[in-house]
Design a protein around this ligand. Sequence first.
Ligand code: FES
Length: 281
Amino acid sequence: MWEYTEKLKELFLNPKNVGEIENPDAVGEVGNIVCGDALKLTLKIDKETGKILDAKFQTFGCASAIASSSALTELIKGKTIDEAIKIKNQDIAEYLGGLPPEKMHCSVMGREALEVAIADYKGIKIEELIGGKVICKCFDVTDEKIKKVIRENRLTTVEQVTNYTKAGGGCGSCIPDIENILKEVWAERIIEEAIRPKERLTNIKKIALIQEILEREIRPRLQADGGDVELIDVDGNRVIVALRGMCTECVMANVTVKNIEKKLKELVTEDLMVVSEGGQG
Ligand code: FES
């Protein structure tokens, strides 16, 4: 049973802006009934100001799809198309007070319908907009869509990609491709972070970057050998970690901690010092 917020339940039971606008200025249709979810968004747009005067939706989907579509229409009404296009799937989820992780694809579908509708208004062809090669045949999801969703939502696992796009949620034969896309996107990101001109790292950014590097670069390698590492704290430039699994008893624990330090110095900042909770390092 999913955990739904009160706001989501309210919009599911009393959805706003249901229906179809007659003679709409823009139409965004996404999803596929065969795959389980579909959404049609119609907009009335003031040609002078670009303001969205009205938005209506029809959806075939679950409670989260209905609530997400309703939230989307509420979020965009009254905005100009330039303002509306900045709305991300996270904004839709936030409007609902959150969505169950397995239902995040409903917010992604809303964001996509908006993009398609605005492209339609501007006369851009759908093929130009989405593009890419189909990776998941069960749900008709392309590599470009998977990359975009990974980047925008900072996804790190196949399970998350499935929650956000459905890709991988059927026969599973596309899972190795999704894994490769995840590696590719994160490799790009890590390189970008590493070569970006060194701005002063605030504490929050530093901790986020340390966590990211641990998740993407370090933990998978340790886990492959039956070990693991957990970030315990960051105190100034002192990074406190705890080795887990096989690493705990390993005679090379000091070396592991030093290697973690080397990687973090390389990709976060030279000033870091890594120590293990157990004293190694
Ligand atoms: S091809 Fe992706 S789940 Fe079947």
